[in-house]
Design a protein. Structure first.
Length: 388
């Protein structure tokens, strides 16, 4: 733990409350915003602390952006910081999806949200592309021959992770662990490595109140499993949720599930907050609350339990090499996730043009805020749908 941080816990909590309120784009964009705001501009968090948090967030199960936020809260303010930041980041989007759940139940459909999502989804791709590009430059290096030669193994991890993520449509935690271990052995093999420690390394791979109690118990168990056994970003949890919510338990229809994912994508904060919307449709506000708590509690417990020891050993050269290897694979997986999201959001020529316009807006319009791009894209989406 470092002394005399450059910010107060109140300032950090307010930042994450704002991020949870207006932070669009899903995990890839959100972790990019955190790096830009907290590392580059405000310099509250060091590059090393950020990389450690990103690596830890990928190693532990649960939503990526929320885990990184919890870790950054822990860096200077320990368990209180981690708890407060986690609540500040998740609460705004949770309240939004509950309100949308109320509207959904009252009016029976979200056709207008689908029209909004038509434009918003394309703009979000543009935002994510820019965030991924900047994150790659910071974590691995520039896209030039010198960087490719110097960090060729990191670039290999990066490319492999992109391909694997595109093919499987989810992040593979064992790939991250393998990349970290391989880079550690190549770059800084630990002096203490022997048969016993080699065996120990293997362990690293290792209606508002309309509900009934039995349903709440089922919701708690199912979403706790979702939070504890699904690694990576919001993309990774969607297939798991679909299998349990639609196929196994028959809580929602196919269309309702698609609408739930759309709600998560057009609201700020973590994409995984769709669990709140699903919980509300199944068992009202108690269902939404339990679904959200059951999903996010495992990632909170994993993060705060691993953070203290992870911070202490992170200065070791071998551990640094391990983190560098993992980070290269992590960033590659995030870039691969862009392709997965794009396959569902870029549907035709208008959405392609919206995505390109979002990218050029971020490049050429200085200090433009992402919510303005999202708002314009939403209006454009509605106009296009009305014209069709």
């Amino acid at each position: 733990m470092k002394e005399n941080p450059k910010y107060t816990l109140k300032e950090l909590a307010f930042y994450f409350l704002k991020s949870g309120t207006i932070g669009f784009g899903g995990p890839v964009a959100l972790v990019g915003y955190m790096h830009r705001d907290l590392v580059e501009e405000r310099k509250w968090i060091s590059e090393e602390e950020y990389k450690e948090g990103l690596a830890l967030a990928q190693l532990a199960p649960g939503p990526l952006a929320a885990q990184l936020g919890i870790y950054l809260g822990f860096v200077h303010y320990s368990f209180l910081g981690a708890t407060l930041i986690g609540l500040a980041f998740v609460l705004p989007s949770f309240l939004m999806v509950v309100l949308l759940g109320i509207v959904y139940k009252l009016y029976g459909g979200l056709s207008w949200i689908q029209a909004v999502f038509y434009g918003v989804g394309a703009a979000v791709i543009g935002i994510i592309v820019m965030s991924s590009y900047k994150l790659t430059l910071k974590s691995i290096g520039k896209f030039n021959l010198t960087s490719f030669k110097t960090n060729w193994l990191l670039w290999l991890f990066f490319v492999v992770a992109i391909v694997v993520t595109l093919v499987t449509q989810q992040e593979q935690v064992l790939l991250f662990v393998f990349a970290g271990l391989l880079y550690m052995f190549v770059k800084a093999p630990p002096k203490w490595l022997n048969a016993k420690t080699a065996n120990s390394i293997a362990l690293l791979q290792i209606g508002f109140w309309n509900y009934d109690n039995s349903t709440l118990v089922e919701i708690a168990i199912f979403f706790a499993k979702a939070g504890a056994f699904v690694f990576g970003s919001g993309l990774a949890i969607v297939p798991f949720l679909h299998a349990g919510v639609v196929i196994e338990n028959h809580w929602l229809t196919e269309q309702q599930f698609v609408d739930a994912v759309a709600v998560a994508m057009i609201t700020p904060g973590p994409v995984v907050i769709t669990v709140g919307f699903i919980g509300y449709l199944v068992a009202g506000f108690p269902g939404a609350l339990i679904a959200a708590l059951a999903t996010f509690l495992p990632c909170y417990l994993f993060t705060i339990s691993l953070a203290p020891s992870f911070k202490k050993i992170a200065q070791n050269k071998s551990i640094k090499a391990f983190v560098d290897g993992i980070t290269a694979a992590v960033v590659g997986a995030l870039v691969g996730a862009v392709g997965v999201i794009a396959s569902k959001s870029i549907l035709d020529i208008p959405t392609i043009l919206i995505a390109i316009a979002a990218i050029f807006s971020l490049i050429y319009i200085k200090k433009i805020q992402e919510p303005y791009i999202i708002a314009v894209a939403a209006v454009v989406g509605i106009i296009i749908k009305l014209m069709l």
